[in-house]
Design a protein around this ligand. Structure first.
Ligand SMILES: Nc1ncnc2c1ncn2[C@@H]1O[C@H](COP(=O)(O)OP(=O)(O)OP(=O)(O)O)[C@@H](O)[C@H]1O
Ligand SMILES: [Mg+2]
Length: 292
């Protein structure tokens, strides 16, 4: 019998978990477009909606999710890969109750996990005793191995782009690689640093038309986040935007969280990554037989 595809495994896992867990990758072609900001603020909003949120800093060599929320972390993914501790042991409690798995900082070996590292990561996620409702993967920019691996693990790939033409072409290039080499057929687009709603829609229109015509993939609009100095202030003070609740960006993140929450769990099929889901399924089976 042919091995199960990633989505079959994922579907199985989602079903076993009561259809609750969702894996979302926040990614981009070009760097510095606001992925980490989007990740922490989306996590904050979803947590406020009552969900249990786990953020994995997938920018593993140059992780900064912890810095952005003012968390001082002692152990990171680097310690997990070195075999010093488990993934569960490095989960830090962040603001608003979000849970954070910090990436390493300045660790070259983490920038390319390799198959062994990928399997370690997946098996350790699969072994978590308390799976979250949402697992949000903040990736590095570009089309490197880690980015493609993490995006391939996710049910939803949220591509962040800005109106900058270089960001738009890089977002297109990322979708091209993920569709050509990883079989991805659908992406969500968030336009950050838009002047207004019209500019956000225009970026979406250009990208989705090109993606549809030349790649044959669907891009759904996840909305826009305006340029807002409240964000730069929040980043500098390491507080997260939630401390500036009246800002335009804060409203945008609230809208984004509602949009993300309206997406139905994936049911279509994708390829690869069985190990992760086998681990989860095994843990679930063990828990069920222990708990009766
Ligand atoms: N909507 C916005 N308005 C104003 N400033 C913003 C906005 N979004 C992001 N920024 C600024 O852009 C900077 C880069 O954001 P961030 O670190 O989230 O990008 P990134 O895509 O994660 O970068 P990298 O590719 O290096 O991981 C932030 O420090 C923040 O000051
Ligand atoms: Mg980042």
């Amino acid at each position: 019998m042919a091995p199960l595809t990633q989505a079959q495994q994922l579907t199985r896992w989602v079903t076993r978990k009561g259809g609750r867990i969702r894996v979302l990758a926040v990614t981009s072609g070009k760097g510095g477009v606001g992925k980490t900001n989007v990740t922490v603020n989306l996590a904050d909003r979803l947590a406020r909606m009552g969900y249990r949120i786990l953020v994995l800093d997938g920018d593993m060599g140059l992780g900064n999710v912890d810095v952005m929320v003012g968390l001082s972390t002692t152990r990171t993914l680097a310690d997990v890969f070195a075999g010093h501790c488990t993934l569960e042991e490095i989960i830090h409690e962040g603001p608003g109750g979000i849970q954070i798995i910090p990436g390493g900082s300045g660790i070259v070996s983490l920038t390319q996990l390799g198959e062994e590292g990928q399997l370690t990561l997946l098996s350790q996620i699969g072994a978590l005793t308390q799976p979250p409702d949402y697992l949000i993967l903040d990736t590095a920019a570009g089309i490197g191995d880690n980015v493609r691996f993490l995006a391939g693990c996710a049910q939803e790939i949220l591509v962040v782009a800005t109106p900058d033409p270089t960001s738009i072409t890089d977002a297109y290039a990322l979708m091209k690689v993920m569709s050509a080499h990883h079989g991805e057929r659908r992406f969500r687009l968030l336009v950050n640093l838009a002047k207004n709603a019209d500019e956000g829609l225009e970026v979406y229109r250009r990208l989705s038309l090109a993606a549809d015509r030349f790649l044959g993939v669907a891009v759904d609009y996840a909305g826009f986040v305006p340029v807002d100095h409240a964000i730069s202030r929040a980043v500098r003070s390491q507080t997260g935007i939630s401390n500036a609740p009246a800002s335009a960006a804060a409203d945008a993140f609230t809208r984004l969280a509602r949009t993300v929450d309206s997406w139905r769990p994936v049911t279509e099929l994708k390829g690869g990554m069985q190990f992760f889901f086998n681990q989860v399924a095994d843990a679930q089976t063990a828990a069920l037989s222990a708990g009766g």
